[in-house]
Design a protein around this ligand. Structure first.
Ligand code: DQA
Length: 153
């Protein structure tokens, strides 16, 4: 059975393309998802997408991922990265390997963006590579999951 990946994007990321292009570029979320879909197909993985501006909906989506037997999560929690104990706890609770992605380099911006509440419960964080970050995350998850399944057989 092919690996199932869920991509979650948090608040305001539906505005990509027009939102502060000097920071976030001009690529839209639809473009990013299309690129990931293509890459997942090449890698033989199944991929689904979720975007929400609401903290509770993101928490619910993460919890549902466990029931759906999702193998890996790519998440850009956006502003909730810096504020949400609830999103962090949800990621920790489901025990699904997750990679945190940020388009911008959060460590080179305002002080309040430098702290991530969610990164510690992810395998790792990719920050500053624009839309490429999502593809790097997919590659990283694939390597991790391949290694895990080799150990299990
Ligand atoms: C972001 C960085 C966050 O600080 C910000 O709130 C976002 C986007 C990024 O992808 O660079 O909404 O997660």
């Amino acid at each position: 059975m092919s690996m199932k990946i869920l991509v979650i994007n948090g608040p305001n990321l539906q505005l990509l393309g027009t939102r502060k292009p000097e920071i976030y570029g001009t690529v839209t979320l639809q473009d990013i998802e299309k690129g990931l879909e293509k890459m997942a197909g090449t890698l033989g993985m199944a991929i689904s997408f979720f975007q929400s501006n609401h903290e509770g909906e993101i928490v619910d989506r993460i919890a549902a991922a466990r029931t759906e037997q999702i193998d890996g999560i790519i998440i850009n929690p956006a502003a909730y990265t810096h504020t949400s104990v609830a999103v962090r706890d949800a990621l920790e609770a489901v025990e699904i390997p997750a990679v945190e992605v940020h388009l911008s380099n959060i460590h080179g911006r305002e002080e309040f963006r430098r702290k991530s509440l969610t990164a510690a419960v992810c395998i790792g964080q990719i920050s500053g590579f624009g839309p490429d970050g999502y593809q790097l995350a997919l590659q990283a998850l694939k390597s991790r999951l391949d290694r895990k399944s080799q150990k299990q057989t």
